[in-house]
Design a binder for this molecule. Sequence first.
Ligand SMILES: C[S@@+](CC[C@H](N)C(=O)[O-])C[C@H]1O[C@@H](n2cnc3c(N)ncnc32)[C@H](O)[C@@H]1O
Ligand SMILES: [Zn+2]
Length: 324
Amino acid sequence: MTSSAAPSPAPSSRPALCCPRCKSPLAAGAPDAAGCPKCGTRIQVTDAAVAYDYLALLRAAFPRRYRLYKVLCNNGAVSYVELAAGSLSLPERKDVAEFGAFLGRFVRAGDAVLDIGCGPLPTPGYLQALRAAGARLMGLDVNPTEFQGFRITGCAEFLPLPEASVDVVVFATSLDHVCDLDATMREVRRVLPAGGRCCIWMSDRQPYWKQFFLRDRTLTGVLRRVCIDLPKQVAVNIRDGRRLFYGVLHYFTRGRYWDYENGSTFYCPPGAVDPFHSFFESPAEVSALAAEHGLTLVARETGSNGVFLALQRGAEGVNAGRAR
Ligand SMILES: C[S@@+](CC[C@H](N)C(=O)[O-])C[C@H]1O[C@@H](n2cnc3c(N)ncnc32)[C@H](O)[C@@H]1O
Ligand SMILES: [Zn+2]
């Protein structure tokens, strides 16, 4: 994967589409503002993009977690402007190049590749080589994107693509942002054919309370944490006007307001693990959930900043890592 190659004009021909809600096929010549013939969901379709009211779908399906999800998404949208270098896959990043190389092992020339949570960039660095190799790229995000390829303004939990219509699904540091992981996995399985792949770049962070208490696992280390560092942190939180106890121990370490070196500050709402995530799943937990949905782990690698997983639908007997 090269980081200097200028992206070639992206093919954006319209793929087959279906209603994100009831999955009825949308006619090939559907007008700009088509309604689903079966359930009436409004869907805007052009040759280069599709958009639908994913927020209404998420709110109806996941009423209890929707509001926290939306607030974290809003935080995310600001962070992609104010903390772009740390939040997005700029091509010069080493970890981005590593994931690009990993992806390359699972994508064949001409494959239909769906990048879920593609972000705002025209070409996230990890897709540059695939674009040059002729992959048909589709980018889906809840936020506006400059993605070069077929653009889907929608969400992972309700994909507007028919069954078995995508060869490779990609999640690059986006799986831990979705509103509902289970619904997302179900959709990934639906759009992949047998042998289709799902490549995930994710972090392997420990919960903050573990980071705090178990950083030094010696007896003196733990005692120091409990007797000195913890009271100190609580005192800082009280001095800063933060409430003493938020229900989860990690708030002892960072509190409600997360300050960044460039002066940017983000609010971590109750129920979130940081200003951008409501959960951290470990790679093992993600693999286990994927297996429940018929997606088998076929490769796992540790990168310089996170873990890469490759899952395959109906992987038995398929030589997964040598697809190119
Ligand atoms: C950390 S960014 C990564 C962006 C891009 N993959 C990159 O590496 O530059 C996570 C992305 O997930 C998107 N996202 C959040 N919730 C989503 C959902 N329910 N479905 C699809 N994407 C979602 C966010 O809008 C954001 O663009
Ligand atoms: Zn419908």
